[in-house]
Design a protein around this ligand. Sequence first.
Ligand code: SAM
Length: 276
Amino acid sequence: MELWVTEYQTPALGFACKARETLRTEQTDYQHLSVVVTEQFGKMLLLDGMVMTTEKDEYVYHEMITMVALNSHPHPKNVLIIGGGDGGALREVVRHPGVEKATLVEIDERVVKASRDFFPELSCSFDETKAQLIIADGVKYVSEHKNSFDIIIVDSTEPVGPAVELFSKSFYQNVYECLNDEGMLVVQSESPFFNQDVIKMAYNGINDIFLLTRLYLANIPTYPSGLWSFTIGSKVHNPEEIKHECNLPCKYYTPEIHQAAFKLPAFVQTIIAAGE
Ligand code: SAM
């Protein structure tokens, strides 16, 4: 009997992967968590039935949610990641030569545990000396810290459950105050094909607060529609201007991709223009 894992990306669209076995399935205090071995993408982490990350394509998302800000900020010494309990974004941040400290605030310790148990290539940095792992609500954390970070990365689930507040204007205002004078905020802002409202909420919320706001894109096969967006708010520096020609070995990110990612298709320009 064949086993398939399906993510219902919209009420009318499913993304199905042939699966070999289920390694874990549990209801945590915040969400339903499962780890499945798929034939096409290897191990897959799902939260509330949504694909979070897979062994085979995680590098695209984790390089792109980190390297664009890290390489366009002049001194990305102190970085905060909200969410990101799988550890992939943290892995990228701690390997950047400009970073001195990386703090990760994840609300659900069971996500960290699942990553430690099944995704060693993602959870490898939790115990790095540069890294600090805190199990807490990121909304509360940023409200309690002022002028503390050069870059804040919101590697959250979509705006459901504990992540709803992470897309609010009040949260972005608190992030602004939690950043230093030249700070940058990066958020994952979902799919231009299926989540235009989320993109508008994130882009407009950030654009009302930060001097510079940009949207950029990457191709992620296991995310809804395969085209994913990130929204970056900056107090001073233009995120399209590369300041570090860092020679880190990457599988997706390059200086050319950094600049090309900001070149938006017409329909995406229309999405963000609507709110400006
Ligand atoms: N790359 C994935 C995506 O784009 O959907 C996100 C990966 S990561 C697993 C998302 C994490 O955000 C989850 O582990 C979830 O527990 C965490 N999260 C959600 N709301 C949070 C909050 N308020 N504070 C801290 N972490 C939160």
